[in-house]
Write a protein of this length. Sequence first.
Length: 395
Amino acid sequence: MTMAEAPGGTRAAGTPASVSGPSGPGAGHAPGDPTIVVRGLWKVFGPAEKRLATSTEPVPPNSELRNRYGSMAAIRDVSFEVPAGEVFVVMGLSGSGKSTLVRCLTRLIEPTRGEVLLEGEDIRTCSPSRLRELRRHRFSMVFQHFGLLPHRRVIDNVAFGLEVRGEERKARHARALEMIELVGLSGHAWSYPDELSGGMQQRVGLARALAVNPDVMFLDEPFSALDPLIRRDMQAEILRLHHDLGKTMVFITHDLAEALRLGDHIVIMRDGQIVQAGRPEDLVGAPADDYVADFVRDVPKAHVLTLRWIMRPAQPEDPLDGPSFPPGTVIRAAVHAAAATEKPIRVIEDGRLVGLVDRAHILEAVGGSEEPGGSEEPGGSRQPPGSPAPSEPIG
């Protein structure tokens, strides 16, 4: 399964390269390929794991696994791709399997079945020494609990990964000071962790993860313990760092607002499986089932959906001198232009007219209409012209 281009989107995962026994980092990885490819990933806890790891028999539901083997499947046949340079969000309620998933991606927990490819290299086949090298150089993790060393100053906490690599003190301190400044902690390099607020401590955790210059950052609910205002500040910090550095990030959260704010792509998990995956506007505009619909029910659609979702084809009698916007423009960004004219808004892509948006459609979206536009699909779901069916699996 591959990740399709979503309405108004600018990036999408390509088809993963055929990989067979890469000899080194990135072997067989072509430009434009996704940074991470996960195929058929399973994680079973309990006595049945060893048997199911080598068996081709279907894995029964958890109720049967518990009764027959005293086991449970925390991750069930999960597949997805993470394009380079994206913030890829995995969202779900407690017990959905999202934290187990991210730990399987880094082999902090050993998967039972499946593949995890980092730029074409299968993490599951790595030797312990190769895995240590990857953790030191290629990816880093930020956890909900900051994990700072209380007896070390900020600069030495940030430089800890570089110290583990064996870099000399002068070089690692120079790098640590750069990262401390990058995350907005200038002046606190020589403080101890207990002298900092919770938000400042989490910035130290981010700086420590960035100091090793990883290809991929894994962030497992890093802001869940923070107060709402500090949490929002840290979300803005993630967006700023992502904009400045272009790192590929896999971000785990149970908070829908956080997922919609940060994610280029989002997957929603339930009972160890992916329920729906796509760009934020896919989930809000075309929920795959009632479970996802409940998640997004109270989301202001005008804050997430784009003009592509509510545009219509141009008719011969339509005036074509109204204001213009690209199709990926969020609806609320066009409100003022729509209010200033009665002419339809032109949706322009690559210099050509692809649709028109009437003021009424914008007002419906802003006012919270359940159906701001688009085309009616069987079963009552809606989607923009030319988009994949909302239930189409991706990832």
